[in-house]
Design a protein around this ligand. Sequence first.
Ligand SMILES: Cc1ncc(COP(=O)(O)O)c(C=O)c1O
Ligand SMILES: N[C@@H](CCCC[NH3+])C(=O)O
Length: 432
Amino acid sequence: MKQHVEINDLDHLTIGGIDVTYLAEKYGTPLFVYDVEQIRANAKAFVNGFKELNIPAQVAYASKAFSSIAMLQVAKQEGLSLDVVSQGELYTAIQADFPMDKVHMHGNNKSVAELEMAIEHNIGCIVIDNFHEIQLLEELLQKHDRSIHALLRVTPGIEAHTHDYILTGNEDSKFGFDLANGQAEEAFKQIKRNSRIQLKGLHCHIGSQIFETDGFVMAIRRLFETLANWHERYGYQADVLNLGGGFGIRYTKEDEPLALESYVEVLVKEITEQAHYYKLNSPEIWIEPGRAIVGNTAITLYTVGSKKEIPNVRNYIAIDGGMTDNIRPALYQAKYDAILANKAAREKTYQTAVAGKCCESGDMLLWDLLLPEVEPGDILAVFSTGAYGYSMSSHYNRFPKAAVVFVENGHDKLVMRRESYQDLIRNDLSYE
Ligand SMILES: Cc1ncc(COP(=O)(O)O)c(C=O)c1O
Ligand SMILES: N[C@@H](CCCC[NH3+])C(=O)O
């Protein structure tokens, strides 16, 4: 994947051609900085991958990875569709003037309000997840005298664990209808009985941060066994197969992601072959990458503060953010890489852990990092924080949320303001 950061002759890190120490000074820290050119390049890798193979497809950006009006505007400009899982994500899409016919709604417990909002705005597709939802959707479509396109989310019994796959019998997942135990077929029959729900096809999502293609191939084969069966018994042909997201990115040197185009090639090849084998129509291919669109496009800038050196144990440096802007190390033991942005080419001699400033021992960003000699005021840049960083951020310890800046063509633009303390207490009511 293309590198979007460099080191300039001041020995400073740059992103999208802009000195990050300038950005830290201008906007303060913690600061998320996205390289928009890289977002576009990632989006194009998927979109053009399908175009070059002449395959009808939709690349839906999974907005859970990072949703903001500016981000959705870029997604729209790149011709992406959009995966939303809540009213909040749908509301953001509406505010970004995202074409509603390209919005797909997920969720394992969609509320009446969510479904009504989706129906009212005529979104492109609902991904039906459970029996309760079928009933709710039927009632709401009847009430509003409307119809809607839908996919059926199935669990194919394949789970990706980043580097390998396990086949599970009855998959223990809160999402979707199980193929093996017949619930998917029961749901299919219920939906087919309702003329207001047009079932466009099947959806599955096998995991996240996946570096191989075998799991996708296995899932496609499972889906086609099902489709062949439903074709034979019910005369059903799917217009769409949605393989979800999960395409892995590089966080550290140990990660070896595939080129994004190669996932596309494998999906296209396997789906085409399976359709041919079972003499079924080739469905449109939809995917939902989140991390692979934005993950490697952003860095987070922090200012270094205190230091603690425990002889023969560990050194700690602390930064002005932490689990409030990046919960992933605490939640998943996720690994990151980082450098001192103002001493980017300096020799690295200081072994240290990087701690956040929350009142929580687990609030750590990195456990083991080699840096140049560190002083308070240095700017730490953590790489690959574009996905599930800001979007999973919290107000723990009442820290205001960080600011987000987009850089492109040598210009920087604030796209999410840093929260103020006033913002923090905006929902508090007095009890005096
Ligand atoms: C249904 C679905 N689609 C898409 C995604 C996006 O995944 P990723 O960011 O790994 O591409 C997820 C999250 O794992 C998901 O649950
Ligand atoms: N939030 C997770 C991925 C889950 C995606 C949603 N199914 C992460 O940071 O890796």
